[in-house]
Design a protein around this ligand. Structure first.
Ligand SMILES: Nc1ncnc2c1ncn2[C@@H]1O[C@H](COP(=O)(O)OP(=O)(O)OP(=O)(O)O)[C@@H](O)[C@H]1O
Ligand SMILES: [Mg+2]
Length: 540
């Protein structure tokens, strides 16, 4: 069991956590939710010991092992794949390395022989002789083939790398497994595998995610971080969401009689329990809800950012054209023969089976990468604002948010503090929040900062590569509405189905054999028989 005692965390004047007490028990999967910047990542870092709380402590039961899915994809670049996985159990890995050194010595001293015996015993206790084969099995389950097991991490493509890091976290069935937004970097196949794995996992899992589907598939408990506290609910995300909606409705109708309110709650619980039973086939472990504490559900402090994209001027008729674009990365042909001609007002959902194809396309048409063949042309009256999927290079400097945004101002008026702070305020950075260093921003806060940059550019074309990945639900909704209302042209990619359906009026799929291009909604595209046949042929 993992216990949190009186933990408080404070950054400057801001109290992020105030006297938090909590217990995380064996067999449960805790889905941690909360607004961008609420403190989820910080809380996980306190649990894993990466940062010290201002007061209080975290206690892991004696003899238990904790494992963390690392966020830094390059941390193990100099190690082989197999070693990287085994390093998931640091203690075991160290014993193995020391033993290897001792074995390599042809003439050991008595002391060294003693040490060898001691280590061998420990190694055996930890089932060390099976470590390599266990690691190999785990890797193969995750689709990392055997020819890669002895390769250096640095030589792997990123899609495979994240799977190895996942195998590292899961290696040796840790008693407590901690993961921060694991699905962001995973492909669809691996996400499904992870959902099944976690649903059947018998130890403690603590996972932060904004992915509703994933949370529903894996979590037995939901922990909402809000007002500097942790609020625990027995049940998955949908349960928490519906319960909090119901609570908010009831609160809005204060005068409703207590009797009526109680009945409504009971009905809700009955309906919800039925749903859980139905979805049981999908997730083996999800148990019936034993104790529903719906009465404790509080209204949340979440707020909607004010996202409005206003082009400086309208674009002419020439918008954007590509001719015969192609790109190969790591010997994989990502797309070929891409011929696109956009018209004014097109809102294009750009899709592909391979997310590398999408990112390469955006990088090429924004001038950050060279195509292998072909060309592209933006209309002379167009201006583009681009949200890349990886924004890390924008946040390297230790400067305040206000100074950061000032770099993108075009006029003297825009360079004024008042103007910049007004802008940041709309993106929920008010007061001292606008003065903090961009280096400490949370994942979602970075995307919000990028949004304010894009809003200030006042472009008439928006390009967005997975904008919804790090955002909380309120921000996704605000962005969704902003794109629906945007008078210009949009090219975007998202895994959020509802988002794609409500924004796109044209779907373009880029494949190794050319494009599929349809003026229809996302749902129409997915259910179109001809498109389906075409898709099968074009990825062969
Ligand atoms: N060292 C620091 N100094 C000052 N503020 C910090 C520091 N580290 C984090 N913060 C702030 O604390 C808040 C919580 O950050 P955290 O990364 O934990 O959020 P989060 O809940 O994980 O958000 P997201 O959903 O966007 O990932 C943010 O507002 C962040 O800017
Ligand atoms: Mg975070």
């Amino acid at each position: 069991m993992l216990t949190v005692n009186n933990v408080s965390v404070q950054f400057g004047k801001r109290v992020l956590f105030d006297e938090v007490n909590a217990q995380f028990k064996k067999g449960n999967t805790y889905g941690i939710i909360g607004a961008n910047g609420a403190g989820k990542s910080t809380f996980l870092k306190v649990l894993s010991g990466e940062i010290e709380p201002t007061t209080g402590n975290v206690h892991l039961e004696h003899g238990k092992r904790m494992s963390v899915l690392t966020q830094d994809h390059n941390a193990f670049d100099n190690y082989t794949v197999l070693d990287t996985v085994i390093m998931g159990n640091q203690h075991l890995y160290e014993i193995q390395k020391e033993l290897d050194q001792l074995y390599a010595n042809p003439d050991p001293t008595d002391k060294e022989v003693d040490r060898m015996g001691e280590l061998q015993e420990k190694f055996e206790e930890m089932n060390g002789w099976n470590a390599e084969s266990d690691a190999a099995i785990l890797l193969s389950n995750l689709g990392v083939s055997e020819d890669m097991h002895y390769m250096k991490m640095g030589d792997l493509e990123s899609k495979i790398k994240v799977r190895v890091l996942l195998a590292q976290a899961l290696f040796g069935n840790p008693d407590v497994l901690i993961m921060d937004e694991p699905t962001n970097d995973l492909d669809f196949y691996t996400i499904s595998w992870l959902e099944d794995f976690l649903a059947n996992y018998d130890n403690t899992v603590i996972v932060v995610s904004h992915d509703r589907h994933f949370l529903d598939a894996v979590s037995t408990h939901t922990v909402d971080i809000d007002y500097g506290k942790l609020n625990f609910y027995t049940g998955n995300y949908s349960f928490w969401y519906n319960a909090s909606q119901l609570k908010a409705r009831q609160r809005a109708q204060q005068n409703k009689k207590a009797e009526e309110r109680k009945k409504e709650l009971e009905d809700f619980i009955r309906r919800f329990s039925a749903n859980v039973a139905k979805s049981k086939q999908a997730t083996a472990r999800k148990k019936m809800i034993e104790k529903l504490n719906i009465d404790d559900v509080k209204p949340s402090s979440r707020r909607y950012p004010g996202i409005i994209f206003q082009p400086e001027r309208e674009a002419g008729d020439q918008i954007f054209e590509t001719e015969n674009l192609s790109k190969t990365i790591d010997d994989d042909l990502l797309f070929d023969k891409v011929d696109i001609n956009l018209s004014k007002g097109n809102k294009v959902a750009l899709i592909s089976k391979d997310s590398r194809a999408i990112t390469a396309f955006y990088e090429i048409v924004t001038g950050n990468m060279q195509p292998d063949s072909g060309s592209y042309r933006w209309g002379v009256t167009t201006t583009q604002a681009y949200l890349p999927s990886d924004n890390s290079k924008f946040f390297q400097e230790d400067i305040s948010l206000v100074d950061w945004l000032r770099q993108f101002a075009k006029t003297d008026e825009e360079r004024e503090d008042v103007y910049l702070r007004g802008f940041l305020g709309k993106m929920l950075f008010s007061g001292d929040e606008a003065l903090k260093s961009v280096k400490v921003l949370s994942g979602g806060e970075k995307v919000r900062a990028m949004m304010s940059k894009m809003m200030m550019q006042r472009a008439n074309i928006l390009l967005l590569d997975e904008p919804t990945n790090h955002l909380d639900l309120e921000s996704i909704q605000a962005l969704n509405n902003a794109l629906i209302n945007f008078p210009g042209t949009v090219i975007f990619t998202t895994r959020d189905h509802a988002f794609a359906q409500t924004v796109a009026n044209r779907i373009i799929e880029i494949t190794p054999k050319g494009t599929i291009d349809r003026l229809m909604t996302f749902d129409e595209y997915l259910s179109d028989k001809k498109v389906k046949e075409l898709r099968e042929k074009m990825y062969q």
